[in-house]
Design a protein around this ligand. Sequence first.
Ligand code: ATP
Ligand code: NAG
Ligand code: MG
Length: 316
Amino acid sequence: METTFKTLLVYLFIANLVVNAFDPFSTIYSYFHESCDPKWVQFNATGLQADLKSQLFGQHLASRIILKAVTGFMNNNPQKPLVLSLHGWTGTGKNFASKLIANNIYKEGMDSSFVHLFVSGLHFPDNDKVETYKSQLQHWIRGHVTNCAHSMFIFDEMDKMHPGLIDSIKPFLDYYDKLDGVSYRKAIFIFLSNAGGESITHTTLDFWKSGKDREELELEDVEIPLSLSVFNNKNSGLWHTCLIDKNLVDFFVPFLPLEFRHVVQCAMAEMKARGLSPDPDVAYKVASEFIYFPKADQVFSIKGCKTIKSKLDYYI
Ligand SMILES: Nc1ncnc2c1ncn2[C@@H]1O[C@H](COP(=O)(O)OP(=O)(O)OP(=O)(O)O)[C@@H](O)[C@H]1O
Ligand SMILES: *[C@@H]1O[C@H](CO)[C@@H](O)[C@H](O)[C@H]1NC(C)=O
Ligand SMILES: [Mg+2]
């Protein structure tokens, strides 16, 4: 009994020595705990390019713009934060693309404590509380950017967000050296919305009907109808604000509606992600379960790739 106790004491003593050898204790802590330094926050352009190419299906325009925008921003000394506005039909990969960006900047990806996701319907549900939300949000953004200049803020359902609330984040997006001692120049803001999705779909459908290759679709083809529909849509909160007149958004990123073949690709990718060997027959069956529009031509998936995970469960 007594010897066991002595052995324990010796162990404790040794353990203490070992810990103290690494003194200060914070070295160990910061080794495991995410901090705002290049060990945890470092942009990998090759990685982003590879991920967009191999994982984001049917979005040649979005892939190109995102890569150019993020690489340019991360490799230069920016004058203002990067502001991307991602638009398109449901299930076409807007959240997914944001995740790929985060994965190639933060070691912890979307789990990073420097990546912040706001969902309008969830975080700002009550229109009567706009004034409270405004000050909370400004406080939040300021706090997070003070903590880490390379912070990323993703605003989902931007089209459902109260215009007043959008106005409250506008100062952060502009060309200022510093606001109250804090510089926002290295931050990234990503807005996600379905606004303009119908216009993008319309253009893509016309293109398809004329028998042209989807990949030949250029940004100019979607940009003009997109900005027209977005400017004229009085119901969308985003456009009541002067985000656009003041040119605070650096890039509008269109997401095209997905075709049958892309849904097949999504199903194959999902099987691979589950550690199964991708089976084209299963992928084909799953994709056939999706509903396509317009009725006459059956070109684009109504839900994009959105319910692929649950649909696949039936077949495996
Ligand atoms: N273009 C794509 N390439 C690969 N996977 C995709 C693509 N689009 C969607 N997916 C898959 O479908 C899931 C849902 O897509 P996501 O949440 O990104 O859609 P969204 O564009 O944000 O839609 P919503 O407008 O409804 O929010 C993703 O997690 C991904 O697995
Ligand atoms: C960047 O990404 C590429 C491709 O995914 C990977 O091979 C490489 O190791 C990454 N580099 C760093 C520094 O993480
Ligand atoms: Mg989404």
